[in-house]
Ligand binder design. Sequence first.
Ligand code: AMP
Ligand code: TRP
Length: 341
Amino acid sequence: MNRKRVLSGVQPTGAIHLGNWIGAIRNWVELQKSHETYVCVVDLHAITIPHDPKLLAKNTLSTAALYVACGMNPKECSIFIQSHISAHSELCWLLNCITPINWLERMIQFKEKAIKQGENVSVGLLDYPVLMAADILLYDADLVPVGEDQKQHLELARDIAQQRINSRFSLDNREILKVPKPLIMKDSAKVMSLTEGTSKMSKSDPNENSRITLLDPPDVVTKKIKRAKTDSYLGLEFNNPERPEADNLLNIYAILSGSGREVVAKECSSMGWGKFKPLLTDAIIASIEPIQTRYKELIADQGEVQRILDQGKEQAQEVADVTLKRVKTAIGLLGNAKANY
Ligand code: AMP
Ligand code: TRP
Protein backbone atom coordinates (compact mmCIF):
# COMPACT_ATOMS: atom_id res chain seq x y z
CA MET A 1 0.00 0.00 0.00
CA ASN A 2 1.23 3.52 -0.77
CA ARG A 3 2.37 5.41 2.28
CA LYS A 4 0.75 8.79 2.90
CA ARG A 5 2.88 11.81 2.05
CA VAL A 6 4.01 14.48 4.47
CA LEU A 7 5.59 17.81 3.60
CA SER A 8 6.79 20.58 5.90
CA GLY A 9 9.40 23.31 6.21
CA VAL A 10 10.96 25.97 8.41
CA GLN A 11 12.43 29.30 7.37
CA PRO A 12 16.18 29.85 7.80
CA THR A 13 15.56 33.21 9.42
CA GLY A 14 17.35 32.66 12.71
CA ALA A 15 18.10 30.11 15.35
CA ILE A 16 15.54 27.31 15.62
CA HIS A 17 13.84 27.49 18.98
CA LEU A 18 11.85 25.22 21.28
CA GLY A 19 8.60 26.32 19.60
CA ASN A 20 9.79 25.20 16.14
CA TRP A 21 11.06 21.95 17.57
CA ILE A 22 8.10 21.06 19.77
CA GLY A 23 5.46 22.44 17.37
CA ALA A 24 6.91 21.10 14.13
CA ILE A 25 10.25 19.29 13.79
CA ARG A 26 9.78 16.77 16.62
CA ASN A 27 6.58 15.60 14.97
CA TRP A 28 8.30 15.12 11.61
CA VAL A 29 10.76 12.76 13.27
CA GLU A 30 7.88 10.46 14.29
CA LEU A 31 6.04 10.81 10.98
CA GLN A 32 9.02 9.79 8.82
CA LYS A 33 8.73 6.26 10.25
CA SER A 34 5.29 5.67 8.78
CA HIS A 35 4.95 8.30 6.01
CA GLU A 36 6.79 9.29 2.84
CA THR A 37 8.26 12.48 4.24
CA TYR A 38 9.66 15.57 2.51
CA VAL A 39 11.10 18.41 4.57
CA CYS A 40 12.61 21.54 3.13
CA VAL A 41 14.36 24.68 4.32
CA VAL A 42 12.18 27.44 2.88
CA ASP A 43 14.83 29.97 1.90
CA LEU A 44 12.57 31.72 -0.66
CA HIS A 45 10.18 32.51 2.18
CA ALA A 46 13.04 33.94 4.23
CA ILE A 47 13.62 36.73 1.67
CA THR A 48 10.05 38.07 1.87
CA ILE A 49 11.28 40.42 4.59
CA PRO A 50 14.58 42.34 4.45
CA HIS A 51 17.47 39.92 5.03
CA ASP A 52 21.26 39.85 5.23
CA PRO A 53 22.68 38.09 2.14
CA LYS A 54 25.85 37.24 4.08
CA LEU A 55 23.84 35.15 6.55
CA LEU A 56 21.20 33.49 4.36
CA ALA A 57 23.29 30.64 2.91
CA LYS A 58 24.91 29.96 6.30
CA ASN A 59 21.55 29.85 8.07
CA THR A 60 20.09 27.65 5.34
CA LEU A 61 22.85 25.06 5.75
CA SER A 62 22.69 25.20 9.53
CA THR A 63 18.88 24.75 9.50
CA ALA A 64 19.29 21.66 7.29
CA ALA A 65 21.98 20.31 9.64
CA LEU A 66 19.64 20.87 12.58
CA TYR A 67 16.89 18.84 10.88
CA VAL A 68 19.32 15.92 10.76
CA ALA A 69 20.58 16.57 14.30
CA CYS A 70 16.96 16.51 15.53
CA GLY A 71 16.54 13.03 14.08
CA MET A 72 15.45 13.47 10.47
CA ASN A 73 17.04 10.48 8.82
CA PRO A 74 18.05 10.91 5.16
CA LYS A 75 17.50 7.17 4.67
CA GLU A 76 13.86 7.56 5.65
CA CYS A 77 12.96 11.01 4.29
CA SER A 78 13.99 13.63 1.74
CA ILE A 79 15.64 16.79 3.05
CA PHE A 80 16.11 19.62 0.56
CA ILE A 81 16.39 23.35 0.00
CA GLN A 82 13.30 25.01 -1.47
CA SER A 83 15.21 27.23 -3.93
CA HIS A 84 17.02 24.20 -5.39
CA ILE A 85 13.76 23.04 -6.95
CA SER A 86 12.64 25.65 -9.47
CA ALA A 87 9.17 24.07 -9.67
CA HIS A 88 8.29 25.88 -6.39
CA SER A 89 8.65 29.30 -8.03
CA GLU A 90 7.00 28.14 -11.25
CA LEU A 91 3.95 26.65 -9.57
CA CYS A 92 3.75 29.74 -7.36
CA TRP A 93 3.35 31.90 -10.49
CA LEU A 94 0.63 29.67 -11.91
CA LEU A 95 -1.24 29.75 -8.59
CA ASN A 96 -0.77 33.53 -8.36
CA CYS A 97 -2.82 33.94 -11.49
CA ILE A 98 -5.85 32.15 -10.06
CA THR A 99 -5.71 33.32 -6.43
CA PRO A 100 -7.90 36.33 -5.56
CA ILE A 101 -5.83 39.10 -4.03
CA ASN A 102 -8.31 39.60 -1.18
CA TRP A 103 -7.65 36.04 0.02
CA LEU A 104 -4.09 37.19 0.71
CA GLU A 105 -4.90 40.60 2.15
CA ARG A 106 -6.85 39.00 4.99
CA MET A 107 -4.06 36.64 6.12
CA ILE A 108 -3.29 37.30 9.78
CA GLN A 109 0.45 36.70 9.42
CA PHE A 110 0.64 39.12 6.47
CA LYS A 111 -1.17 41.82 8.44
CA GLU A 112 1.09 41.34 11.47
CA LYS A 113 4.32 41.29 9.46
CA ALA A 114 3.20 44.21 7.25
CA ILE A 115 2.62 46.36 10.34
CA LYS A 116 6.13 45.52 11.56
CA GLN A 117 7.65 46.36 8.14
CA GLY A 118 6.00 49.78 7.98
CA GLU A 119 6.56 51.29 4.50
CA ASN A 120 8.78 48.53 3.26
CA VAL A 121 6.27 45.75 2.45
CA SER A 122 7.23 43.62 -0.56
CA VAL A 123 4.92 41.92 -3.04
CA GLY A 124 6.66 38.73 -1.87
CA LEU A 125 5.33 39.16 1.67
CA LEU A 126 1.75 39.33 0.39
CA ASP A 127 2.45 36.35 -1.86
CA TYR A 128 4.08 34.27 0.90
CA PRO A 129 1.05 31.97 1.42
CA VAL A 130 0.80 31.19 -2.33
CA LEU A 131 4.44 30.08 -2.37
CA MET A 132 3.68 27.98 0.69
CA ALA A 133 0.67 26.46 -1.12
CA ALA A 134 3.00 25.64 -4.05
CA ASP A 135 5.47 23.95 -1.64
CA ILE A 136 2.73 21.70 -0.33
CA LEU A 137 0.73 21.02 -3.48
CA LEU A 138 3.79 20.08 -5.59
CA TYR A 139 4.30 16.98 -3.45
CA ASP A 140 0.65 15.81 -3.35
CA ALA A 141 1.03 16.02 0.42
CA ASP A 142 -1.69 14.31 2.48
CA LEU A 143 -0.54 15.86 5.74
CA VAL A 144 1.29 19.04 6.69
CA PRO A 145 2.61 19.03 10.28
CA VAL A 146 2.82 22.64 11.50
CA GLY A 147 2.15 24.77 14.56
CA GLU A 148 -1.22 26.41 15.18
CA ASP A 149 -0.03 29.72 13.64
CA GLN A 150 0.06 28.13 10.16
CA LYS A 151 -3.54 26.90 10.14
CA GLN A 152 -4.86 29.79 8.05
CA HIS A 153 -2.13 29.26 5.44
CA LEU A 154 -3.09 25.60 5.20
CA GLU A 155 -6.73 26.51 4.64
CA LEU A 156 -5.65 28.78 1.82
CA ALA A 157 -3.64 25.96 0.21
CA ARG A 158 -6.73 23.73 0.42
CA ASP A 159 -8.97 26.41 -1.13
CA ILE A 160 -6.52 27.05 -3.96
CA ALA A 161 -6.26 23.32 -4.75
CA GLN A 162 -9.97 22.60 -4.50
CA GLN A 163 -11.80 25.74 -5.59
CA ARG A 164 -9.35 27.32 -7.99
CA ILE A 165 -7.59 24.39 -9.65
CA ASN A 166 -9.54 21.14 -9.31
CA SER A 167 -13.05 22.48 -9.71
CA ARG A 168 -12.16 24.86 -12.54
CA PHE A 169 -9.71 22.87 -14.61
CA SER A 170 -10.43 19.18 -14.09
CA LEU A 171 -12.20 17.76 -17.14
CA ASP A 172 -12.96 14.32 -15.73
CA ASN A 173 -13.53 15.07 -12.04
CA ARG A 174 -10.12 13.65 -11.20
CA GLU A 175 -8.04 15.70 -8.79
CA ILE A 176 -5.30 17.73 -10.45
CA LEU A 177 -3.92 18.71 -7.07
CA LYS A 178 -4.30 16.72 -3.88
CA VAL A 179 -6.14 18.66 -1.14
CA PRO A 180 -3.84 18.54 1.92
CA LYS A 181 -4.78 18.39 5.61
CA PRO A 182 -2.99 20.24 8.40
CA LEU A 183 -1.61 18.14 11.23
CA ILE A 184 -1.57 20.26 14.36
CA MET A 185 -0.66 18.52 17.61
CA LYS A 186 -2.97 19.86 20.27
CA ASP A 187 -0.66 20.17 23.29
CA SER A 188 2.44 21.22 21.41
CA ALA A 189 0.83 23.51 18.84
CA LYS A 190 1.84 26.74 20.51
CA VAL A 191 4.85 27.28 22.73
CA MET A 192 4.69 30.72 24.27
CA SER A 193 7.37 33.32 24.95
CA LEU A 194 9.34 33.02 28.21
CA THR A 195 9.00 36.72 28.87
CA GLU A 196 5.29 37.08 28.00
CA GLY A 197 3.02 34.08 28.32
CA THR A 198 0.40 35.47 25.94
CA SER A 199 2.68 35.86 22.87
CA LYS A 200 4.09 32.94 20.96
CA MET A 201 7.78 32.09 21.13
CA SER A 202 9.17 33.61 17.95
CA LYS A 203 12.46 33.97 16.07
CA SER A 204 11.71 37.62 15.42
CA ASP A 205 11.19 38.72 19.05
CA PRO A 206 13.99 41.26 19.67
CA ASN A 207 14.36 39.96 23.24
CA GLU A 208 16.57 36.84 23.13
CA ASN A 209 15.47 35.87 26.63
CA SER A 210 11.99 35.22 25.22
CA ARG A 211 13.12 31.97 23.56
CA ILE A 212 15.44 29.02 24.04
CA THR A 213 17.21 27.97 20.88
CA LEU A 214 18.27 24.41 20.20
CA LEU A 215 21.90 25.53 20.23
CA ASP A 216 21.82 27.43 23.55
CA PRO A 217 24.54 26.05 25.86
CA PRO A 218 23.46 24.85 29.35
CA ASP A 219 24.48 28.07 31.13
CA VAL A 220 22.35 30.14 28.74
CA VAL A 221 19.34 27.84 29.23
CA THR A 222 19.78 28.14 33.00
CA LYS A 223 19.94 31.93 32.80
CA LYS A 224 16.92 32.25 30.50
CA ILE A 225 14.75 29.99 32.67
CA LYS A 226 15.83 31.87 35.81
CA ARG A 227 14.68 35.10 34.14
CA ALA A 228 11.47 33.64 32.71
CA LYS A 229 8.35 35.53 33.77
CA THR A 230 6.44 34.01 36.70
CA ASP A 231 3.55 35.02 38.97
CA SER A 232 2.94 35.16 42.68
CA TYR A 233 0.24 32.48 43.06
CA LEU A 234 0.91 29.49 45.32
CA GLY A 235 1.41 26.15 43.55
CA LEU A 236 1.51 25.57 39.81
CA GLU A 237 -1.38 24.72 37.49
CA PHE A 238 -2.41 24.30 33.85
CA ASN A 239 -5.32 26.08 32.17
CA ASN A 240 -5.74 29.08 34.48
CA PRO A 241 -6.31 32.00 32.07
CA GLU A 242 -4.85 34.33 34.71
CA ARG A 243 -1.61 32.33 34.62
CA PRO A 244 -0.42 31.95 31.00
CA GLU A 245 3.23 31.62 32.09
CA ALA A 246 2.49 28.72 34.45
CA ASP A 247 0.53 26.93 31.74
CA ASN A 248 3.31 27.39 29.18
CA LEU A 249 6.25 26.38 31.37
CA LEU A 250 4.38 23.35 32.76
CA ASN A 251 3.47 22.35 29.23
CA ILE A 252 7.09 22.54 28.06
CA TYR A 253 8.09 20.48 31.09
CA ALA A 254 5.33 17.90 30.51
CA ILE A 255 6.46 17.41 26.90
CA LEU A 256 10.21 17.41 27.40
CA SER A 257 10.29 15.32 30.58
CA GLY A 258 8.05 12.80 28.83
CA SER A 259 5.78 12.65 31.90
CA GLY A 260 2.69 14.15 30.25
CA ARG A 261 0.24 16.71 31.57
CA GLU A 262 -1.62 14.62 34.14
CA VAL A 263 1.48 13.47 36.00
CA VAL A 264 3.03 16.95 35.86
CA ALA A 265 -0.18 18.61 37.10
CA LYS A 266 -0.03 16.38 40.20
CA GLU A 267 3.75 16.59 40.66
CA CYS A 268 3.74 20.40 40.55
CA SER A 269 0.39 21.33 42.15
CA SER A 270 1.98 22.42 45.42
CA MET A 271 5.40 23.31 44.06
CA GLY A 272 6.81 26.85 44.04
CA TRP A 273 8.68 28.45 41.14
CA GLY A 274 11.99 28.12 43.03
CA LYS A 275 11.72 24.34 42.99
CA PHE A 276 10.14 24.02 39.55
CA LYS A 277 12.56 26.13 37.50
CA PRO A 278 15.63 23.89 38.09
CA LEU A 279 13.54 20.83 37.10
CA LEU A 280 12.47 22.54 33.90
CA THR A 281 16.03 23.68 33.20
CA ASP A 282 17.35 20.12 33.57
CA ALA A 283 14.62 18.71 31.32
CA ILE A 284 15.40 21.24 28.59
CA ILE A 285 19.17 20.74 28.78
CA ALA A 286 18.81 16.95 28.71
CA SER A 287 16.60 17.05 25.64
CA ILE A 288 18.66 19.48 23.56
CA GLU A 289 22.13 18.15 24.47
CA PRO A 290 22.08 15.18 22.05
CA ILE A 291 20.89 17.50 19.27
CA GLN A 292 23.83 19.82 19.93
CA THR A 293 26.36 16.98 19.89
CA ARG A 294 25.10 15.68 16.55
CA TYR A 295 24.89 19.21 15.12
CA LYS A 296 28.54 19.91 15.97
CA GLU A 297 29.64 16.73 14.18
CA LEU A 298 27.60 17.61 11.11
CA ILE A 299 28.77 21.19 10.88
CA ALA A 300 32.39 20.02 11.18
CA ASP A 301 31.88 17.87 8.05
CA GLN A 302 29.76 20.00 5.74
CA GLY A 303 30.36 17.52 2.91
CA GLU A 304 27.92 15.15 4.60
CA VAL A 305 25.16 17.77 4.82
CA GLN A 306 25.76 18.71 1.17
CA ARG A 307 25.45 15.05 0.15
CA ILE A 308 22.20 14.72 2.09
CA LEU A 309 20.84 17.83 0.36
CA ASP A 310 21.89 16.65 -3.11
CA GLN A 311 20.12 13.36 -2.56
CA GLY A 312 17.04 15.13 -1.16
CA LYS A 313 16.99 17.45 -4.16
CA GLU A 314 16.97 14.54 -6.58
CA GLN A 315 14.12 12.81 -4.77
CA ALA A 316 12.06 15.99 -4.46
CA GLN A 317 12.64 17.04 -8.04
CA GLU A 318 11.23 13.80 -9.38
CA VAL A 319 7.89 14.32 -7.64
CA ALA A 320 7.71 18.10 -8.14
CA ASP A 321 8.29 17.98 -11.91
CA VAL A 322 5.43 15.54 -12.47
CA THR A 323 2.95 17.72 -10.54
CA LEU A 324 4.08 20.90 -12.27
CA LYS A 325 3.61 19.28 -15.66
CA ARG A 326 0.10 18.13 -14.68
CA VAL A 327 -0.92 21.66 -13.69
CA LYS A 328 0.60 23.25 -16.80
CA THR A 329 -1.30 20.84 -19.03
CA ALA A 330 -4.54 21.31 -17.12
CA ILE A 331 -4.48 25.09 -17.41
CA GLY A 332 -3.72 24.92 -21.13
CA LEU A 333 -0.07 25.85 -21.54
CA LEU A 334 1.39 24.52 -24.78
CA GLY A 335 3.86 21.73 -24.14
CA ASN A 336 6.87 20.85 -26.22
CA ALA A 337 7.58 17.38 -27.55
CA LYS A 338 10.53 16.89 -25.25
CA ALA A 339 8.63 17.85 -22.12
CA ASN A 340 5.74 15.66 -23.24
CA TYR A 341 2.84 17.69 -21.90
P1 AMP B 1 8.90 29.57 11.40
O1 AMP B 1 9.80 29.83 12.55
O2 AMP B 1 7.87 30.63 11.26
O3 AMP B 1 9.62 29.22 10.14
O4 AMP B 1 8.05 28.26 11.81
C1 AMP B 1 8.43 26.94 11.51
C2 AMP B 1 7.48 25.93 12.11
O5 AMP B 1 7.49 26.03 13.54
C3 AMP B 1 6.01 26.10 11.70
O6 AMP B 1 5.41 24.83 11.56
C4 AMP B 1 5.41 26.83 12.86
O7 AMP B 1 4.02 26.58 13.00
C5 AMP B 1 6.17 26.24 14.03
N1 AMP B 1 6.26 27.20 15.14
C6 AMP B 1 6.84 28.43 15.12
N2 AMP B 1 6.75 29.04 16.32
C7 AMP B 1 6.07 28.17 17.12
C8 AMP B 1 5.66 28.22 18.49
N3 AMP B 1 5.92 29.26 19.27
N4 AMP B 1 4.98 27.16 18.98
C9 AMP B 1 4.71 26.08 18.21
N5 AMP B 1 5.08 25.97 16.92
C10 AMP B 1 5.75 27.00 16.37
N1 TRP C 1 5.11 29.39 6.62
C1 TRP C 1 5.74 28.38 7.39
C2 TRP C 1 6.16 28.97 8.74
O1 TRP C 1 6.48 30.09 8.89
C3 TRP C 1 6.96 27.82 6.71
C4 TRP C 1 6.58 27.06 5.48
C5 TRP C 1 6.80 27.45 4.18
C6 TRP C 1 5.94 25.81 5.44
N2 TRP C 1 6.35 26.51 3.34
C7 TRP C 1 5.80 25.49 4.05
C8 TRP C 1 5.46 24.94 6.41
C9 TRP C 1 5.20 24.31 3.64
C10 TRP C 1 4.84 23.76 5.98
C11 TRP C 1 4.72 23.45 4.62
O2 TRP C 1 6.18 28.29 9.67
